[in-house]
Design a protein around this ligand. Sequence first.
Ligand SMILES: C[S@@+](CC[C@H](N)C(=O)[O-])C[C@H]1O[C@@H](n2cnc3c(N)ncnc32)[C@H](O)[C@@H]1O
Length: 381
Amino acid sequence: MQLPEKPLSTLITRLRLLRHKHTARHTPRHAHDQHNACKIWNRKPEESQEPGYVRLSKSRGQHLLVNQRILDSIVRKSNIMPTDTVLEIGPGTGNLTIKLLQAARRVVAVEVDERMVEAVSNRAAEHELRHKLTVIGEDALKAEFPQFDLVVANIPYNISSPLVGKIVFGGSSYRSATLLLQKEFARRLLANPGDSEYNRLAVNVKLVADVELVMGVSKREFVPCPRVDSSVVIIRPKAEIPNVDLAEWRAFTRTCFNKKNKTLGATLKQKKKVTELLQIFSGARVGEATDPSDSCCGLLDGFDDESDDDDSPNGRSAPESETGASFFKEKIVQVLTKVGYEDRRPSKISNQEFLHLLKQFNQAGIYFHPASSRQPRRVAS
Ligand SMILES: C[S@@+](CC[C@H](N)C(=O)[O-])C[C@H]1O[C@@H](n2cnc3c(N)ncnc32)[C@H](O)[C@@H]1O
């Protein structure tokens, strides 16, 4: 018997490479589990024109998760019950969708790209699961979500912030949201006072929900390979949400985190800020809310003008002049000094402390959102 010239290990490696090359060229529109997804997607453009391929658009954040083990683990950690309706944002070609359909009663998938709408619908049909799937072909930030029990999604990273806002402040009751997020964004969501990533997003989300880190996911598990790694987090609504006007809270945290490393005294004593708060105090409208997610969450709806029992036109005296501004600045400083927060930086303040401070401001008649100042007095508790 003639022995091969090359050692056996070299032959095996060659065979593996050949198989790898074959799979790379014939990856169907739903990319299979591959070991190194980045290399596999690195094909010539003309190859991705072949029938069965969907050309992925980076600008739409189309990075498909192809590792079956990770997809299974996301579904398992989500604790889906057979009676559940799952909301999936951005199903893409359906890698996650099929697994969700196998676990849930129904999946509602919201997808902005028509080609993906078709791809995920076909894929569900191939698996004889089409009857459980509803696809909404719309931008998830504009779409009206139907009733759902939980969210499970590998979301497009460019809409992470407003989408998380829409889920947690959107008014729908939900059990949990399992989200695959850009690692840095997940770190910001999870940050605590004193951490360098601590920010307004964490503060706002923590008011209404708890966030748990489930696992890290390497960028190599996606097709095509993004520039950054990812993390899976689970967001669960808090059993008890503090009794605070959400629009007022969000306007307050926007003000405090305007410069997160400045002291609250320095931020709140700025001439521009004093004038703005004075106008709100006087009952004047200072234009539309600047946070786009305010309107998407309906937080500005349903507020009526409220008159007070004192006899000024807006229920309060309206000092407009410079004297008025310095009087008002003094009022702000008084509150800050009373609670000892003048020299504190927002990057180190907890939610309990922010709530306490807002309550003190509101009790002194200082509001941060125009609609709040016209409401019956409602303060954080
Ligand atoms: C990161 S891919 C996830 C694909 C699939 N879930 C997976 O894990 O393989 C994000 C998907 O969201 C879609 N998408 C992007 N922007 C969207 C938006 N504003 N609303 C809804 N879907 C969007 C993209 O077309 C893409 O299919």
